[in-house]
Design a protein around this ligand. Sequence first.
Ligand code: DON
Length: 613
Amino acid sequence: MQANSLQEYLESVHRDYAGLDGGEVASYIPELTKADPAWFGIALITVDGHVYQEGDSRQSFTIQSISKAISYGIALEDKGVEAVLKKVGVEPSGEAFNSISLEPDTGRPLNPMINAGAIATVSLIAGDTPVAKMQRMLKTYKDYLGHPVMVDQEVYLSEKSTGHRNRAIAYLLHNSNIIEKDTDEVLDAYFQQCSILVTCRDLALMGATLANDGVNPITGVRALQSCYVPKVLSVMSSCGMYDYSGAWIYEGGMPAKSGVGGGIVAVLPGQFGLAVFSPPLDERGNSVRGLAVCKRISSDFGLHMLHTNRTSAPTVFHSIYDATMVQSKRTRNVEQTRLLAELGHTVCVLELKGDLVFSSAEIVIGESMRLSEKADKLIIDFTRVGTINGGALNLLIDLVRSQYDHGKTVLFTGIANQYVVKKSARGILKNLEELPLLRFDDVDHALEWCEECLLAGQGGVGEGEAPLATQAFCAGFSEPELSALEVMLERRQYAAGDYLCREGEPADCLYFLLQGQVSVSVPLGQRRSGRISTISAGSAFGEMAMLDQGKRSADIIADTDVTCSILDYTRLDHSAMQDDSVAQVRLKLVTNIARGLTKKLRQATLEIKSLRN
Ligand code: DON
């Protein structure tokens, strides 16, 4: 493949096959002979709604047998699987589309893709009259294609006046009570559905909708209930190309459906819908160029649906780390930092990525079980997860249940858009209100909560005022040095919500937080702001300015009532020049600040390393 984009690739395929002759335009319905044998269009639409099209992709033509796939989905929705199976089987007939392939004892058609099965299927669509059935169908086409469709009256009347074989089949079906009543009306609706006008682009979108679990990827409208999508695709896989179905799935490897109008639609589940339109047909009623193009594209890109990639840990995990490697954005005092370094390995974070299916969820479960041998708390983050299928969800819910049964805690984060996960978790875990499973939006807040639990367990989140001596910046200070520092400090109180300082202000002092909690927050414009970190009693902030005399890079806001001791740098520098013992205090302070910054840098390096793993 030389082309450098999918569009160019389709153009080159179109060029390659435009000259492929052979086949005949269908003539058994007189009106179809009017089709131009040179018409040739290709369209491919992905499940993300990207449209690629080439040639006569906007030329309309009648859908013919491709309608059988849509009608089968409608019948399943209207009557349910059991009732539909009573009337129409799912076995390939290995015979032509218009064969009379009926089970000898019941008269049940072998599958819904041959005419007999398709006519029986139409009888199952809701609506007592052909008009009502057609309304039901046309509404569904609108959902699949994103626009209303019309019936080509000439083709419909042409087939109605010549479709004696279909009429005979319908009466055989009536004879064995497969069609229970109104046989002529059922036939009428069948003839009309075959004459619905579509384009190649429309068919690709129909395919993309099936590939996208029944939801039109451009409009977001659901055209078919999710549970019936695999049923429709199954019969397309086994029976969609009639007596060529086995060879087709062997070579092309995609569920597909053809029509005598010259259309073929192929579906690669989870990826795209592909349609080709070219009226000349082979002896089985499949478009000659359509088959060739589908096979070529399938082979060029290795698209056979059974050609799957193995799910492995690198495809499931974005990163795995514990709370000694990455901490929450809350700044801790010396003792808390020490405790968290000691106990942080009992909190593990698994950041997942990609779509979750049974096999990838099984990998998540295995890793979680391994980690929970030493960890009491698991944070599972779904921020980078796309879709989660039912099997994966069941496994994850089982994991939560078994972890809680063993006295462990699981927290799901990043699930704001995972409505199904939230709904099933709520439905299945009855006592969810008591569980923190869904309490936190992101890993940072979940980590902070886990850290608080660890510290509370060690009596490490004291309520009283934190003495100056416990501050990291005062490490190694003698009693007289502490007293010399204390003399220079000014004590200040702030009420919850007060700004201690604002971004852009000159930075001229260091704050020792003695009591309460503050947030470091950056204004983001349009009255929004983002929390960078939270600082609790026993820690200091505003130290960078001591080294660079710059401006405040963020707002500091009191989360609670706050007590601080404030050191004015100008005053410190001035006194240090006059008093050697203050100079010594200043030197120790600068050294501790430099150590603190080094520690932060090391921590950031560790974080980056663990996030890149
Ligand atoms: O029943 C028929 O004869 C047509 N209206 C539909 C047949 C058809 O498209 C067969 N497919 N290749």
